[in-house]
Structures are given as C-alpha cells and as structure tokens.
Design a protein around this ligand. Sequence first.
Ligand code: SAH
Ligand code: SF4
Length: 360
Amino acid sequence: MTSLLALGPDALADFVAERGGQRFHAKALRRNVVARGVLDYASMTDLPAALRARLDEDLPIFSGRLGAVSEARDGTRKLLLSFSRGGEAEGELAVETVHIPPHKPLDGDGSPRGATLCVSSQAGCPVGCPFCASGLLGLERNLEHHEILEQFIRGRDLGPLRRAVVMGIGEPLLNLENLERALDAVRDEMGLGARKITVSTVGFPGRLRRLAERSPRFQLAISLHTPFQEERDELVPAMAGVPIEDVLAAGDHWFETTGREVTYEYVLLGGVNDSPRHAEALANRLRGRRCGVNLIPYNPTPELPYARPGSGDPEAFQEFLQERGVVATIRWSRGLHGAAACGQIGRAHVSTPVTTISRM
Ligand code: SAH
Ligand code: SF4
C-alpha cells in the first residue's frame, strides 16, 4: 500500500479525486501533515468527513511503522521505525531517529529552544567502519525521500525542532537524490532551513564537489578520524585508497564555493587514534585551513573491540590542537546508555528499553 507522504502532488490529487474529493484537497492534506503536523485524518477538520473516512481506510499517512520510543534520563528519545524491505523481499527494516532536547530549554530572549533531530539516510551502511554499529549491518537499502521526511515529521511530533543532523544510520552522499528531495520539503514545507541542517559524510571527493556546486546549502561535517593514510584505509574501508589530501582538498573547495567552514569529525578511539603523534599530524594537515575539528569520544558497542579514550585524554587532544592553531571542540554524546548515541543506533537489539544515562 502506498502512503500519503510517498505520493507526489499529481498522484495525490488523482488519488483524492478517485475517492470523491476535489483535487485541491490534496494540497490541504499535504499541508496538514508536513507543515502543520496533523497526523490523523480525524483531526483534519478542513476536509470533508466522507473523504477523511475513505482515506482513513485507503491511505496511511506514513509508510513506516512506529515501534518503540525509548527515552534516556536527559530526555533524549530514540524512535524506532520499521519500513518494508521493498520489492519482492519479505520482512521489515529498522531505522532510527533520535530527538535530542536542547541543553538549555530557553533562548536568551526567553523563547523555548527546539530540539536537535538526528536522522538516518540509509537502512544499514555500506562503508563498513569497524567501530560503528551501523556499519555492522552492511547496506540494506537506500531510504526513499519520503522515508527520510517521515523521520522529520515524526521527530517534530515529539517537540519543536531547532536543527537537524544527518548523522544517523547510513552515508548520506550515497543516497543524495533522496536526501535532497526530503530536505527540500523540510525547508519549503516544514520551515527548517538548510543552514540548520548538518550533513555528515566520510567525504567522497567527487560527490562532495558536486554537492558544493549543485546545492551549497547545508552545513557540512566530514568524518576524518585519523591523519594517517593507512589507518584511515582501515577505519573507513569504503574510502581505502582515496588520499586524505583529496578529501581535505574537497573540504577546501566546499569552503571556497559555499563560504562555510567544514567541520572535521574525529572519533577518539582509546589507544588507537588519540595519541600525541596523531594530534601532531592532524594539526599539520589542518593548520591554515578554514575548518574546525569536532572530537567525539567513542561510545562503546559491546560487540566491537574499541574503547572510550581515557579520562582527560579528549581534553588533552583538544588542547594539543588548539595550541597549534586548530579550533577543536569535544562532543559528549547524549543518550549514551539509551544506545541512542552516535554509532550505537541500528543495532540488532534496537528496541532498547528506557535506561539511564550517566554523563553527557
Ligand atoms: N556515515 C556518516 C554519517 C553517520 S555517522 C559519517 O560517517 O559521517 C555520524 C558520526 O558518528 C560519524 O562521524 C561517525 O564516525 C560517528 N560514530 C560512529 N560510531 C560511533 C561511535 N560508536 N561513537 C562515537 N561516534 C561514532
Ligand atoms: Fe557508515 Fe558513518 Fe557508520 Fe562509517 S561511521 S559505517 S560511514 S554510518
């Protein structure tokens, strides 16, 4: 069965007309769901009751099924969505979206601040980073544009959004058309601007250059993880053989084309890439470039052989970079023990119950 969100404007108008509605009702339907967040037909009182009753039977609003919503003590919530595998295949695919409330509930002017939503771009991921739970799955399939949009609409249903990060499951640059189409709707119909949306990628240089030329509108984060070529070939397997300098050159091109600085993400894996030697080489690569570094202390996944850096090590790494003229911040993940933190989503046992978190 199709869904309201999956149908384009003409197909939706046809669908409505076949059920005794007017073609203009299609616009009202879409506006109710995407712009206003009205998620059941009974509440769409601007539409004829008979039409609503027909649609209620024939046209689910979303194609995904909402499973468990688990909540960490800091209010971070993880939504589990199931989508059909598509084609002939049976069974369902699990995708997760994480709703992260603001650190401070109010803005300077006293108005409430919205949450950050972390969305997935693919079911599974083909890149295969050995430290990432999403990569363990391999790629199941690309998400459709409406499946990405659905995450935004369901996420907003938990509370208003201030910004979004495409840092859930999947590699966005490998599903760019669907992502762009979804983000167009997020901008034009939901009113969340592209500048409020950060796309995180392992940085395929050719695709990045195309993105910069075609749609220089997102904030960009590139997952680098190490300054050493051999090590990156292992930590980001799908990029093996792509020179780090080419990735950085594509980042420079992004800045030159868009005027916005790239953030390099660097997962700190204890005893692997958090040594002073790494910090030194990273600083040498980045010094003089218009960019920042976001250090992400690793969130351990039980089945993977990596550890969190030792206490104080992220700060030492940060300081080392700062002293050498490279701006660096540390991102302490939220929802840590709810298994909703970076790289912990998309695991087999995704329906983790509500648990507590010890630090943010
Ligand atoms: N595929 C894209 C976007 C999704 S991953 C990418 O890799 O950039 C988003 C970020 O989470 C990446 O920087 C990734 O390296 C990081 N990450 C993955 N697993 C992690 C983990 N267990 N702990 C901390 N960060 C992790
Ligand atoms: Fe894919 Fe990103 Fe995980 Fe690597 S870190 S496996 S690219 S989701």
